[in-house]
Ligand binder design. Structure first.
Ligand code: ZN
Length: 504
């Protein structure tokens, strides 16, 4: 093919233009969640719907698709190792997947999940399961149709998982999460009967919002988040979004009565942001400039939030600074006391408020239940009971009502089935990457106690960020750590950290 380069450029031009539209929609969505006044909602929905339609049209354009098929086939044969080929093969995979979905199903899913989310938001505070259940049935039926259209080898759940964690299967996720669950259950029980206790009560004092913002912003910057290529704003549910090659937005919420809410969510979102800022900017909009999966993304956020941000060494460095910002709240608090408080472990009902040890048990419950819902082994009518039974089994807690039980998360109403396990995969990858980084660099704790985070960030840049979507997540982890994704590093890390804290 004599004019390969020219054809490749034209093809990329189309993709980059599509990305400009998609990122314009992202700006509008970011604004909707941060600054938009309430009455602007309906018009914003129209803007977003128009842009989403245009983006979908461009991504499923048959002429473009035919050129992509030709070019990818040629490149695969003649230039198998070229970066251009990576982009073409990833684009072809996306295109083929999109093409399998009938337009009518895409539209019905968008419409039904939009309504189901509204019904969820209205009925959850009222504990009205009966109002929500029929909508969940509708969503699940459409997700089954979607999975059948996308096709799968073994388990219907595989088809949906592929959207969030390419290459992962129900069996491969099960193989790491199941043993993790059993081991964590035992660890939680040991912590509950531990000789030492932790007291999170001292975190419930008065923490002025402006000081929280200053400290959070400073910490994010010290970790390496660039405010010349990013911003921090306020929202109801913290998130991170990338609006352009040099524009990463992170958000948080402030609770003046509880220190960890904002601070650790800033570290978490800054971790997502560091990944986005580390992706190759010149490949923005193309697969090589894009994050590889939700699991890998979550590994980066959990790594900075937990491995770094909840370590004793981090607080040896950060605590004196925190004292400057909160002289009253921290007047009678010692460093070690504070560190123990931010690592308090306690089985609870709500996933997003749970600690590092119990978190993955919340995920395991959802992972099991959503598979059964999808196959039909569990009916929606029996779901609340099944939910409550698993909370009793895994966490030893009694669920008092559906608002604090099966209706607490927005995911299922939004059609996000197969999404939950990526949270646990993220925790698993984070521990495995940290182990490998320490093997390469040496112990990192002493560096953190001096406020040095660059060596760790550089390691992540080199082994994770710079690759974009070059490898599937499992291969990326294998290349970075020399091992298959496994639960052992996470168990070792949690056991070591919490044995020290609880005197096990
Ligand atoms: Zn996250």
């Amino acid at each position: 093919m004599r004019d390969f380069d020219q054809q490749y450029e034209q093809l990329c031009q189309h993709v980059r233009q599509t990305q400009r539209l998609a990122s314009a929609a992202e700006v509008l969505a970011w604004d909707e969640h941060t600054y938009m006044p309430p009455q602007a909602g309906p018009y914003r929905a129209e803007q977003l719907q128009l842009l989403a339609g245009l983006v979908h049209q461009r991504r499923t354009d048959p002429d473009w698709g035919a050129r992509l098929e030709d070019l990818a086939a040629w490149a695969e044969e003649h230039r198998p190792d070229a970066p251009e080929t990576v982009n073409l093969l990833r684009l072809r995979r996306d295109w083929r997947r999109q093409k399998r979905l009938p337009q009518s199903l895409v539209e019905e899913l968008a419409h039904t999940t939009s309504r189901a989310q509204q019904v969820w938001a209205e009925s959850r505070p009222k504990n009205d399961w009966n109002a929500f259940a029929p909508w969940l049935e509708k969503v699940l039926e459409l997700k089954r149709q979607q999975a059948e259209a996308l096709d799968y080898q073994q388990h219907i759940y595989d088809a949906l998982l592929e959207d969030y964690e390419p290459g992962a299967t129900t069996a491969s996720v099960q193989a790491v999460l199941q043993p993790l669950g059993e081991a964590l259950r035992k660890l939680v029980q040991r912590i509950q009967h531990a000789p030492l206790k932790t007291d999170p009560g001292l975190l419930r004092r008065h923490w002025p919002r402006s000081e929280q913002e200053k400290l959070g912003r400073w910490a994010a910057e010290q970790l390496g988040f660039s405010f010349r290529r990013g911003r921090l704003d306020v929202t109801a549910h913290p998130f991170c979004t990338r609006l352009g090659p040099h524009d990463v937005r992170i958000t948080t919420r402030y609770d003046e009565q509880f220190f960890p809410s904002a601070f650790f969510s800033i570290l978490h979102e800054a971790g997502h942001g560091l990944y986005e800022q580390g992706l190759p900017a010149e490949q923005y909009g193309l697969p090589l400039g894009d994050s590889v999966s939700l699991g890998v993304h979550e590994s980066q956020s959990r790594l900075w939030e937990n491995h770094v941000g909840r370590s004793l060494e981090f607080w040896q460095w950060c605590f004196p600074k925190a004292r400057e910002h909160f002289p009253q709240a921290l007047a009678d608090v010692e460093l070690e006391q504070f560190h123990r408080a931010v690592n308090h472990v306690e089985p609870s009902l709500i996933r997003v408020e749970s600690d590092e040890v119990t978190y993955n048990l919340h995920i395991l419950i959802r992972f099991e239940l959503e598979q059964e819902l999808l196959t039909g082994a569990l009916s929606v009518a029996d779901l609340p009971q099944a939910w409550n039974a698993r909370y009793e089994h895994y966490l030893g807690v009694q669920v008092p009502d559906v608002a604090q039980g099966v209706m607490q998360d927005v995911h299922w109403s939004a059609g996000l089935v197969g999404y939950f396990p990526t949270y646990s995969l993220g925790n698993l990858y984070a521990a495995q990457l940290m182990q490998a980084a320490e093997q390469d660099i040496g112990p990192l704790g002493p560096q953190w106690s001096r406020g040095q985070f660059t060596p760790l960030l550089q390691w992540m840049r080199e082994h994770v960020h710079q690759h974009g979507r070059r490898y599937d997540p499992a291969e990326l982890i294998r290349r970075a750590t020399g091992r298959e994704p496994e639960a052992q590093p996470l168990l070792e890390y949690l056991t070591a950290r919490f044995s020290a804290i609880y005197g096990l």
